[in-house]
Design a protein around this ligand. Structure first.
Ligand SMILES: [Cu+2]
Length: 124
C-alpha cells in the first residue's frame, strides 16, 4: 500500500520535472522570434503614407490602413501590390527578405519616390 503511494508520488514528480523542463526549453526560442519580427502599421491619410519611411526586421508584417479616399500600395519592384483600398480597408504584406522597398500609390504617386510614396526598409 505504502509502496504504491510512493510510486505514485514519484511518477507525479517526474511529470512535473518533465513539464517544467520542456516548458522552459521551448519558451526562449519563441521569445526570440517574437522579439525579432515587429509588425508595423502605416496610415494612409491626406494623400500621404504616415510614417513615410518605416524600418522592420525580416519576417515582419507591415499593414497599411486607409483612412480616406481610394489608394493602392504598389511596390516599385513589383514584389507586392494591394488591390484598390477604399476607406477603412487595409492591406498587409510580410517582408521575408532584407532590402529597401520603395512603394507608391498608383493613383497619386509614382515609382522612384514621386508624390504619394514611401519606403519599407527591411533589416536582418
Ligand atoms: Cu493615393
Amino acid at each position: 500500500m505504502r509502496k504504491k503511494f510512493i510510486l505514485g508520488l514519484a511518477i507525479l514528480m517526474c511529470s512535473f520535472v518533465f513539464l517544467s523542463v520542456s516548458g522552459s526549453a521551448s519558451h526562449p526560442a519563441a521569445g526570440n522570434k517574437a522579439a525579432a519580427a515587429v509588425d508595423k502599421t502605416v496610415t494612409i491619410k491626406n494623400f500621404q503614407f504616415t510614417p513615410k519611411n518605416v524600418t522592420v526586421k525580416v519576417g515582419s508584417t507591415v499593414t497599411w490602413l486607409n483612412k480616406e479616399g481610394t489608394h493602392t500600395v504598389t511596390a516599385d519592384n513589383g514584389s507586392f501590390q494591394s488591390p484598390n483600398l477604399s476607406a477603412d480597408k487595409s492591406y498587409s504584406h510580410k517582408f521575408t527578405k532584407a532590402g529597401t522597398y520603395r512603394y507608391y500609390c498608383s493613383f497619386h504617386g509614382g515609382a522612384g519616390g514621386a508624390d504619394m510614396s514611401g519606403t519599407v526598409t527591411v533589416t536582418k
